[in-house]
Design a protein around this ligand. Structure first.
Ligand SMILES: Nc1ncnc2c1ncn2[C@@H]1O[C@H](COP(=O)(O)OP(=O)(O)O)[C@@H](O)[C@H]1O
Ligand SMILES: [Mg+2]
Length: 274
């Protein structure tokens, strides 16, 4: 291959990397409070980016806007080129966006297995699995969901707890169960809101491996909100820093660690937000 054609191939490849999520001039106001101000993002397929900033910076609000839990005040959002600015949460989930919550949301009196099964069933009802192309391999839908549930429990390492009530699990494992529930909706974009909260250092290391593994295996694009720098700095290719709703920096982990604005607003601020 001549150098020129190698260059051409490179260009084609970079062109081929599709934009998954585009956010343009996104602003969210709650009365007089500007929770998110003129936020812009061009997230490419397969990217794993971190969203950081002090408490109240607007991080969770950005997830709430993407999933239309709250309506946007100004701006525009596209998912794989489709305008999703005014779509309902249900539609957005069906298009392939899944999330976990800062405050864990599980059916606390159901077992681990039931929690994942209900995630499948919710999407069966919403029409996500209308095509039954998978059926020849399985006796029926129920068997398919049972198999998939087992696969997801194994993926996140909680299959030995299948019949335990979810609220009896330690926090770290409940967070993994939430990830399994999110995967059950077959997402293309996964939004993780403080997945390491309540985890010890060993669990955090495992979580890093888990996030990287599922990104590759399920071909996900991922945004992770996290205070734990062992997660953010180790697995994210790019980091966006918010402060009072304003994007004060974007860059690689090294660039962010050395950015004076970030150090002042966040990294140098001690551990009170951890
Ligand atoms: N539903 C809401 N109604 C009113 N204010 C809100 C709402 N959600 C978030 N806020 C406010 O918006 C700001 C950003 O909150 P949030 O996005 O949760 O911050 P972060 O996740 O970065 O800690 C905070 O001042 C918060 O109080
Ligand atoms: Mg938050």
């Amino acid at each position: 291959m001549t150098p020129q054609s190698a260059e051409a191939t490179k260009t084609i490849k970079s062109v081929a990397r599709q934009t998954v999520l585009k956010m343009e001039h996104v602003t969210k106001r709650f009365g007089g409070l500007v929770a998110v101000s003129d936020f812009n993002l061009d997230l490419k397929e397969g990217e794993l980016i971190g969203l950081i900033g002090p408490n109240g910076a607007g991080k969770t609000t950005i997830f709430n806007l993407i999933t239309h839990v709250i309506p946007i005040t100004e701006g525009k959002m596209e998912f794989y080129g489709k305008d999703i600015t005014n779509l309902t949460t249900d539609r957005i989930i069906r298009l392939g966006v899944a999330r976990t919550f800062q405050n864990i949301r599980l059916f606390s009196n159901m077992t681990v297995r039931e929690n994942i099964l209900t995630a499948f069933h919710a999407h069966l009802k919403s029409g996500l699995f209308t095509a039954v192309a998978f059926l020849p391999k399985y006796k029926n839908e129920e068997e398919y969901f049972q198999q998939k549930t087992l696969e997801l429990m194994k993926e996140v390492g909680i299959e030995h707890l299948a019949d335990n009530i979810s609220s009896s699990l330690p926090y770290g494992l409940q967070r993994k169960l939430e990830i399994a529930r999110a995967l059950a909706t077959n997402p293309k974009l996964l939004l993780l809101d403080e997945p390491a909260a309540g985890m010890n250092p060993d669990e955090t290391l495992e979580l890093n491996q888990l996030i990287l593994r599922i990104r590759d295996k399920y071909k996900l694009t991922v945004i992770v909100i996290e205070h734990d720098m062992k997660v953010i700095m180790n697995i994210c290719e790019k980091i966006v820093v918010l402060d009072h709703g304003v994007t004060i920096a974007q860059g690689t982990p090294i660039e962010i660690q050395q950015n004076p604005l970030v150090i002042k607003a966040y990294l140098g601020a001690g551990d009170e937000d951890a």
